[in-house]
Design a protein around this ligand. Structure first.
Ligand code: FES
Ligand code: FES
Length: 159
């Protein structure tokens, strides 16, 4: 079937089989290499995207589910000032994701900050509860996200 969607702000059309998962469609057909699916079961979080502004794990959806919808991925965030806020916050709090999961952690952080620029620790930890990462200090990560919110608030006030 033919699929039309908005990907990182650009209109995209592509053919897709009805049996293809969204994460595979995004990686293989649209070359979004920031997605690193490892569980295909909603357990690791490494396929996180924003779908119409909502955080979803793209391994859990069929590709055709995004017909007419808008997707933001890590590739759509990385060249923005919003990305700088996130990385600055992570850096300040020694929250250093590895290259494998950085993209998912940025997307999840973006989803948190789109709902509030002043999240508390519990809200951050809940947002990351669907991810698997044995090597991050999640308290540092939560502080990093909160700090990123501070950077973004400051930047928006300076306009
Ligand atoms: S591959 Fe989607 S949550 Fe793990
Ligand atoms: S999987 Fe990347 S820091 Fe744990």
């Amino acid at each position: 079937m033919k699929l039309s969607l908005t990907l990182n702000g650009r209109a995209v059309e592509a053919d897709i089989s009805t049996s293809t998962r969204l994460v595979d469609f995004l990686r293989r057909e649209l070359q979004l290499q920031s997605l690193h699916p490892s569980c295909y079961d909603g357990q690791c979080g490494n396929c996180a995207i924003l779908l119409d502004g909502e955080l979803v794990y793209s391994c859990l959806l069929p590709g055709f589910a995004v017909q007419g919808r808008s997707i933001i991925t890590y590739e759509g965030i990385i060249d923005t000032l919003e990305y700088n806020d996130i990385i600055s916050g992570f850096h300040d709090e020694q929250a250093y994701p590895c290259t494998y999961c950085l993209s998912a952690k940025v997307v999840i952080t973006q989803s948190i900050l789109e709902s509030t620029l002043d999240p508390n620790q519990q809200e951050v930890l809940e947002a990351f509860s669907g991810t698997y990462c044995p090597c991050t200090n999640f308290h540092n990560l939560a502080r990093g996200v909160i700090r990123a919110g501070e950077y973004r608030r400051r930047r928006l006030h300076e306009r």
